[in-house]
Design a protein around this ligand. Sequence first.
Ligand SMILES: [Cu+2]
Length: 293
Amino acid sequence: MALGVGAAALYYGARGEAGMGHAAAQNSAGQAEEMAMAGEQVVDPARAGVRVGFNAGPTAPAPGQPVRLAYNVSDAETGRAITDLPVDHERPMHLILVSRDLGRFQHIHPQLGADGAYAVTAEFPRAGQYTLYAEFVRDGRKVLDRRELTIGGTDGPVANLAPDLSAKTVGGITVALAAPPAVKAGEESELTFTLTRDGEPVRDLRPYLGAAAHVAVVSEQGGEFAHTHGEAAGAGHEQEGPTMGHEHAATTGLGPEIGFHHTFPAHGLYKVWGQFQTSDGEVITADFVVRAE
Ligand SMILES: [Cu+2]
């Protein structure tokens, strides 16, 4: 099976959203938006009737140099600039940057500027090629724009992954990932993160951008991308405390288990990044490699 940016590659794990065990469920505008998204597939800009112009400044950035990444979204038919992208998971645009070897990952958020572009400044610490996955919503559909950016004039190494489900410790928090013994390509799998601090379960995670976890998945071959969301395992129990008001329940008390559903589209290795927000507001990212058979 070819691993281009086809429909399977753009599968969006909407089941993770259906659990609604996260903050956006408490927010009426966010809820309506998310419900509309449930079950939707991700489309490329052409299929959504939009054109995406991209500009990096400087155009040939060096490692460590601040680079302004600017997206001009316009209506493919009229050419009119689109500057009213709806907020989805608390931002109008999400941008995930991944190095060619899948060793580096950033999740950042372009904001609308006075020039009508959605822009953000990033730094790429190492030379090499990076893939930029920008996501936004247009007419109720999730749109994915994918492009490459070369830093320091060199492509850098390709990915050479090995399966890795070992627990990672980031910022004092240990993140483990449990996957089924055999993850089957083309079938939905349930995976579960468990977060501990000094061996004790972490129960005070905050939602991060309207979800218990943000999960990015990129295939070793072809850089197929998916962005999905985790939900609290045993959804809802974090809201039961009688002393917790709605506001409070929506912003505290996630963990230690956060699950997500994903269908790996083809057999092979996939890098999986899980992002969580601690009670201090720090965002931690833990990465794993899952093999789909
Ligand atoms: Cu984001």
